[in-house]
Design a protein around this ligand. Structure first.
Ligand code: ADP
Length: 389
């Protein structure tokens, strides 16, 4: 037996699960190691639901201890059928790490069906293929990740208003709230407290202001989503991607969680993202975070399509004087330094906050407002960049 396989089998035997261990209870359905990334799929049946978090965490820890592993993705499903279905869906895209065509190798085979024990199959390829994207999102011409290095800079506000601005240009647009730690789309889209229709396993996206959208905040209690971390967050995002019946169209706008961690990387890799839009405020500390976000996208080969400077200035409604509360122009400079397009500045406006809280974003409520015009100009720029104009 490969020494790594032996090491993992031993480690998994130490993780308690039900009457035995993760190893002897056949919790691990598949495990693939590719380069510095490990991906495991666990089967935890409903009766053991309360063990999901601790088990996923323990498996995550074991894998992170393997030399050379820097990232671990854990997916938890509740039955063998679901594991097989997830695997089938991922088939050609989920590179298994053994070098065989995906879906045909040993690790991909549904061993439990034959009553055999699980094979964690941790062999590495000499030349691992880069992880490929799973087309969970259906048919969109462009999939745009809206990101920020840190929270509170107006990422969700930008995602929502950019979506509406694209819509006002005649595009068909969907919106996914992947900010599972602080899902704000239900509020901003005017659907707080409403639940999507679920037919079988399929979640029907909700619709507001001419945009189909889905948010974890519409599926679970907002406070519950806030406490998810690591593996649970991965699983939640993955399920939301996989199980929503997206209509397809011109644009899918994804509101990413703030920061540059595992969930962001998973999403970037799983969604065939066309590119990213990075939102920041003008002061130096925010720009440093924006730089980190751009670097993260570079590492996963996703182009940064542009930087947006939010809260650039406050224009006095009385005298019209512009005050750069958080400084101004920093993001434009940074865009120049990073050689990425600058998409525009959004002023601080009371109505941006108010309209967001009331569920009709400013571009829908006041299309003539200065900020709405900025969002629309930004949408045109983005569309031109993407069309190569
Ligand atoms: P993030 O997604 O980066 O955490 P949000 O988009 O949720 O940030 O914005 C945080 C808060 O700031 C929200 O209440 C939002 O309405 C408000 N906000 C964002 N941008 C502006 C702006 N340009 N002017 C006024 N309020 C804003």
């Amino acid at each position: 037996m490969d020494p790594l396989e032996q090491q993992l089998r031993e480690a998994f035997s130490q993780i308690p699960f039900g009457e035995g261990s993760v190893m002897d209870q056949d919790v691990i359905y598949s495990l693939a190691i590719e380069g510095n990334r490990a991906e495991a799929m666990l089967i935890v049946e409903q009766e053991h639901e309360s063990l999901i978090e601790q088990t996923a965490k323990a498996v995550h820890e074991v894998l992170m201890q393997v030399e050379g592993i820097a990232e671990v993705g854990i997916q938890v499903v509740d039955s063998l059928e679901e594991a097989q279905a997830a695997e089938k869906e991922a088939k050609s895209a989920e590179a298994c790490g053994c070098g065989s065509p995906a879906g045909s190798c040993e690790s991909a085979a549904p061993k439990q069906a034959q009553g055999a024990s699980q094979n964690p199959h941790p062999s590495r390829t000499a030349n691992p293929a880069p992880p490929q994207a799973v087309n969970y999102l259906g048919e969109y011409e462009f999939i745009i990740l809206v990101a920020s290095g840190k929270g509170g800079v107006g990422k969700s506000t930008t995602a929502v208003n950019l979506a509406l601005a694209l819509k006002s240009l005649g595009k068909s647009v969907s919106l996914l709230d992947a900010d599972i730690y602080g899902p704000s789309l239900p509020t901003m889209m005017g659907a707080r407290g409403e639940f999507p229709e679920i037919i079988g396993q399929a979640i029907q996206p909700m619709s507001r202001h001419g945009i189909e959208f889905m948010s974890m905040g519409s599926l679970v209690d907002e406070e519950e989503a806030m406490i998810w971390r690591g593996p649970m967050a991965h699983q939640a995002v993955e399920q939301m991607l996989r199980d929503t019946t997206w209509p397809g169209g011109d644009y899918m706008i994804i509101d990413l969680p703030p920061g540059t961690g595992d969930v962001q990387i998973t999403l970037a890799q799983k969604t065939r993202a066309t590119g990213a839009v990075v939102v920041c405020t003008p002061q130096d500390v925010a720009l440093m975070d924006a730089r980190k976000a751009i670097n993260m996208f570079d590492k996963v080969s996703i182009p940064t399509l542009g930087i947006v400077e939010n809260m650039s200035f406050f224009k006095c409604p009385g005298c019209g004087e512009e005050t750069p509360i958080f400084s101004t122009g920093g993001a434009e400079k940074e865009a120049g330094a990073q050689e990425v397009p600058f998409l525009g500045k959004i002023p601080i406006e009371l109505n941006i906050r108010r309209c967001g809280d009331e569920g009709t974003p400013i571009v829908a409520a006041y299309p003539e407002a200065e900020s709405s015009k900025s969002f629309i100009t930004m949408a045109k720029k983005l569309d031109e960049i993407l069309k190569g104009a």
